[in-house]
Design a protein around this ligand. Sequence first.
Ligand code: F6P
Length: 329
Amino acid sequence: MMFNILGIMDGWKGLIEVKPDKKESLKRWTMPLNKDLVRTWDRQGGTRLGTTRVNPFDPKKDQSEILIKNYKKLGLDALVVIGGFDNLGVAYKFYRKGFKVIGIPKTIDRDLSETDYTLGFDSALNVITNDVDRLRITAGSHRRIFVVETMGRKAGWLALEGGEAAGVSIILIPEHDFVMERVTELIKMRKKSGKRYSIVLVSEGAKPRGMDEIHEKRGRDGFGSYYLGGVGGFIADEIQENSNLEVRFVALRHLQRGGAPTAHDRRMGRKFGIAAIDMIVNEDFGRMVSVKHGEISSVPLKKALDRLRLVDVEKSYNTKNYKSLDQIL
Ligand code: F6P
């Protein structure tokens, strides 16, 4: 079976902005894809097609009718949506309107249900591990405390697994509110026991008990999410104020989305892409590609979006010492 594949630039924004009967507009918002063109794309991070946080179903500015009109005018038969919870949520709404849609899970947060993997997670995890290794060198030299903030809005996988891999002293995740005094106490205990330095790894969505998440700036994005960021700075200030230790704060932020993809991400991207094409051939629409126990399959989008996949605190997290249960105390 032969397909014509058209890339849409900048996500939903491209499908809203494109004027299908205008040549210049088609050039700006679409990109015909072929084997030769995409052959080496897996070696590069980010997305060559571009992405935006535009929600066509935003209740404040619903643009779904334009999306539908353009989809039809472009003569599309099916849409493959690559994204996380928000964008696959739009994909599901579009499917419910009668269109042929397939989802590919892609988020560094790895918080989608019904799949063991989401593209980008492993690459981000390696950035965290490498960056903490770098910080360890300067932390040790200066006998300092470093607080390092990772992404992870609701799910603490990046901090938990990055913390395990990098062997940090303390891990704080959104699934378990931390007590600030306990964090400071643990750091002081480490100092007392002769440790030269400590590293605290904290998810941007983690919060001190009794407080709200910390926001980097006011407002919300098109999907109604707050702009998180800054909890690491709060923790650093608190430790500094309540000890005689020297503390520094580093937010890894979007660096986690940079660099070349790891071998695992390149291979999974290929596997997920092949699965999506098979699903089009088999007319398995309204579903998301998924991997479970190493096997590629698919699940209904609705099921994947029912809830987020969060860290099971009881199974994986030490709530007394703020570590992964897989770490040595
Ligand atoms: O949703 C995935 C995520 O990586 C979150 O962890 C983070 O809060 C958000 O994206 C940041 O998005 P932006 O690129 O809009 O700053």
